[in-house]
Design a protein around this ligand. Structure first.
Ligand code: AMP
Ligand code: MN
Ligand code: MN
Ligand code: MN
Length: 285
């Protein structure tokens, strides 16, 4: 298992906030040269059986996956799980609890937007939702682009639905200990997703990596669509410093919205241990 494998271990389907089905993602991954794939929907395993079947059909090696929303140091951090038993009861009930509250949060977001004159966003966003338990800010953003409030998704996030903006509603997600615990108890490995995206102070970031390790986390995304060259170098260094394996995943959501396609990231640097080396027995051929 080498660092040069074209692994893509982070993407989203219509089961969370992606726009493609698990089947379409499997075909796209195969066409783009992916050799090892994982579907990592937010807080949800409902797409795993379809992804496993579609990967087998496409002749693509597969790892089960999920991306868990965590509240850490007052902000949201994402933890990817790979290679779990996707029917494990503790994992399923933990994710079910994590999804709870999205509906109420969405109604409050819509109320906040109505107060600045943008009405009916909750109802409009529902058109884009594939899974009623997983209404996400991405669905709000798609609808607000449709009605012409903003020219693109990133403008919606910037002006309306990030911290301090009228449609933002703070929410308490899973704890770091629980998220890592559910993943490892169900036989998987936990990975810190896109660390370069978080607005943590250096002390908070150190605490995140230290506590993650202490809870049994084993990996960090070095190559992801959200990172640039400086992040690649920085987090490859963290792999050495914290004794973590490195992961690689595009975080692909949609052909129209994602600037990094499945399988199109640079290779992992040769200095790291790839996370798939820890997961060989979990790979489904
Ligand atoms: P939620 O889990 O409902 O808070 O939504 C988070 C999702 O919104 C992330 O998984 C991304 O897909 C998307 N997202 C977050 N920030 C941005 C941004 N600045 N631009 C575009 N999409 C974003
Ligand atoms: Mn997302
Ligand atoms: Mn994420
Ligand atoms: Mn993601």
């Amino acid at each position: 298992m080498n660092t040069l494998l074209n692994a893509d271990l982070h993407c989203h389907s219509v089961i969370s906030d992606g726009t493609l089905t698990p089947e379409a993602l499997a075909q796209r991954a195969k066409a783009n040269g992916v050799e090892l794939w994982a579907l990592t929907d937010h807080d949800e395993l409902g797409g795993q059986d379809r992804a496993i079947a579609a990967a087998r059909e496409a002749g693509l090696a597969y790892l089960t996956g999920v991306e868990i929303s965590v509240t850490f140091a007052g902000t949201t951090v994402h933890i990817v799980g790979l290679g779990m038993d996707h029917q494990h009861p503790a994992l399923l009930s933990g994710l079910h609890a994590t999804r709870g509250g999205r509906e109420e949060r969405a109604r409050e977001m819509s109320d906040g937007l109505a107060r600045v004159g943008i009405t009916g966003v909750y109802e409009g966003a529902l058109k884009y939702v594939g899974n009623p338990e997983l209404i996400s800010r991405s669905h709000f953003a798609r609808y607000m682009v449709e009605i012409g409030v903003c020219k693109d998704i990133s403008e919606v996030f910037r002006k309306y639905i990030t911290e301090g903006k009228p449609g933002f509603v703070p929410h308490r997600w899973a704890s770091l200990a629980n998220a890592v615990g559910w993943i490892t108890e169900s036989g998987g490995e936990a990975v810190i997703a896109h660390p370069g995206r978080y607005k943590l102070t250096p002390n908070e970031e150190f605490a995140l990596f230290t506590e993650f390790k202490a809870h049994g986390g084993r990996g960090v995304e070095v190559m992801t669509g959200a990172h640039g060259q400086a992040d690649y170098v920085k987090y490859a260094g963290y792999c050495q410093e914290f004794g973590l394996a490195a992961s690689r995943g595009s975080d692909f959501h949609s052909p129209e919205e994602s600037h990094t396609d499945l399988g199109k990231l640079p290779d992992l640097p040769g200095s790291v241990t790839p996370v798939w080396a820890l997961l060989e027995s979990r790979i489904q051929q």
